[in-house]
Design a protein. Sequence first.
Length: 105
Amino acid sequence: MDNNPNQPYKVVIYNQTYNLRSDHEPNYIQDLAEYVDMRMNDIARATMTVDSLRVAILAALQIADELFQARKDLTSTEEEIADRSAKYAELLDQFLRSDAVEPGK
């Protein structure tokens, strides 16, 4: 984050200029705007829709779907890591207990 909270930015999304205020880095804000612009343009081309509100809603749904899928993947990965960690901890405990019972082996 930048030291200047609520720094003003101008971004262009779907041929519209927006004045935003944010405490994020300028490159981050620009990357977000470019991503939304790209998604909106992709949808406009694919659907042949010219209504900017409809394009924005469809883009928002697509971006929300990406977010939900990423969260689902993250949860699945976290669960797999927790399962593996528990298994490795159990194996380590077994090894340490067997070593304590039979030292020097």
